[in-house]
Design a protein around this ligand. Structure first.
Ligand code: GAP
Length: 439
């Protein structure tokens, strides 16, 4: 096992042990690479969503939010091409009967039993999850769980054009669950069958589309560095080869992250051309187009689409934040160097002992700070163990309330990354954290 793999295994175990993510249906032995998020993972995902929404929607005058249905008229998926084209190549191993994505097989070796060149021919496997709507399970009641949130934006294009009071270019953005019957999910929360996407469809004039594709590539790449604080060397932009493009795409660039097993897709920024609006115009009989006032002619807008998974961002952040460092006396400590805006807890308040007066001062400090920051109060175990726990969940600061605090009205603040300690007046705490936490 190489170092990167060992570190990945430790990170997954930390996530389960501390409450970031648990195997779903854990008491029944889990279920097919599905995950439930614990109290820390839930908070971190919420932070990721909020930061994305703020950057992509709220801070722009021309991007508008939407919450579209997960189960839609099945014609949406027929027109969009997903019913006939949303497939992955599938092969079976003739030795162990395992099923794999053909493009995930390396050197013709079965990932399950190691036998070589022993596969069936490739066949296309459709990733749509089917269900039935209503009490009768027949062909007429088949519907699909959405495999991308994007179609909710395309089928609402006219509704938005008629209500937002904004001309092109404009975007429609959505955060929500998507479902794909992946052949081989796995690698923790990297690839799952149920996941959450953050997508934005940016509608523009065809002649401006290449420029806007470049614009959104840069915007999105910079967001990871400036807001999520992912180191530059862990990110790269890769343009798709023609034979990799999805059925709807004219050109796609991926923002890739250096995952424990190598470079992989974090976010895709696709130029979808007029594929979707034209397909839905044809399928629905409604004209999904825009009037060019100057020439008094109609045209079909082109679409640039940045699309990313919340779970995948969380995983990338965990990978880039996880560190194990040597400290005194041959000991090591594991920590998550999370940016404060993502940390599930900003400040931990820790009384040094369980003496009544220390506890009541510590609790009142926690209550006051909770008005402004995410605060955890913890009086269990030794102070060393409590620091280690906070390091592992990525809490940027710990406050220790000790016996002197009663007399000098000061507390000790410990910085997660440097482990340096500062003595601060209780009355100065809010100002101190406002200055030191980049939220
Ligand atoms: N609407 C375009 C679209 O869905 P995609 O590249 O298939 O494009 C966009 O998906 C993003 O959604 C990916 O870059 C990834 O972050 C996330 N994603 C896709 N499939 C996923 C899965 N099975 N599990 C977790 N995240 C996934």
């Amino acid at each position: 096992m190489n170092d990167k793999q060992a570190k990945f295994d430790d990170l997954v175990s930390l996530s389960k042990r501390r409450g970031i993510a648990f195997p779903s249906s854990d008491i029944y032995g889990g279920f097919q690479s599905t995950w439930d998020y614990g109290y820390l993972g839930t908070e971190m995902k919420r932070n990721i969503r909020d930061l994305w929404w703020k950057n992509v929607v709220q801070q722009r005058e021309n991007v508008f939010g939407i919450e579209a249905a997960i189960i839609t008229n099945p014609k949406v998926w027929e027109s969009s091409g997903h019913v006939s084209n949303f497939t992955d190549p599938l092969v079976d191993c003739l030795n162990c009967n395992g099923r794999f994505r053909a493009d995930h097989i390396v050197d013709n070796v079965c990932p399950q039993c190691d036998s070589k060149s022993n596969f069936t021919d490739e066949r296309n496997f459709n990733l749509l999850f089917k269900t039935f709507v209503g009490p009768v399970e027949d062909n007429a009641s088949v519907a699909y769980l959405r495999p991308e949130t994007a179609q909710g934006m395309f089928v609402n294009f006219l509704n938005y054009q008629n209500t937002i009071r904004h001309k092109l270019p404009f975007g429609i953005a959505q955060i929500g669950k998507s479902f794909r019957n992946e052949i081989t999910p796995g690698q923790f929360i990297f690839r799952t069958r149920e996941f959450e996407q953050m997508e934005m469809e940016f509608f523009c004039r065809p002649e401006e589309s290449v420029e806007f594709h470049e614009y959104w590539k840069n915007e999105r790449y910079n967001w990871y560095i400036e807001t999520l604080k992912i180191p530059k060397e862990k990110l790269r932009i890769r343009d798709h080869e023609k034979d990799e493009l999805a059925h709807y795409s004219d050109a796609t660039s991926d923002i890739e992250f250096d995952f424990p097993w190598g470079w992989g897709e974090l976010e895709g920024i696709a130029h979808r051309g007029d594929f979707d609006l034209s397909a839905h115009s044809k399928g629905s009989g409604k004209k999904l187009n825009t009037l060019d006032v100057e020439s008094n002619t109609h045209f079909v807008p082109h679409v640039i689409e940045p699309a990313v998974g919340v779970d995948r961002i969380l995983f990338a952040i965990l990978c880039s934040a996880y560190d194990v460092e040597d400290i005194a006396n041959d000991e090591t400590r594991a920590l998550l160097r999370l940016p404060a805006a993502i940390s599930p807890v900003h400040i931990a308040v820790l009384p040094l002992s369980k003496k009544e007066n220390l506890i009541s001062l510590a609790q009142s400090i926690a209550t006051d700070l909770r008005k402004f920051f995410r605060v955890e109060y913890d009086e269990t175990q030794s102070i060393g163990k409590r620091y280690r726990r906070q390091d592992e969940i990525g809490t940027p600061f710990c406050i220790t309330v000790d016996f002197d605090s009663m007399d000098d009205h000061s507390v000790t603040i410990r910085d997660r990354d440097s482990m340096k300690q500062d003595r601060i007046q209780v009355s100065e705490l809010v100002t101190y954290f406002n200055n030191h936490l980049e939220l």
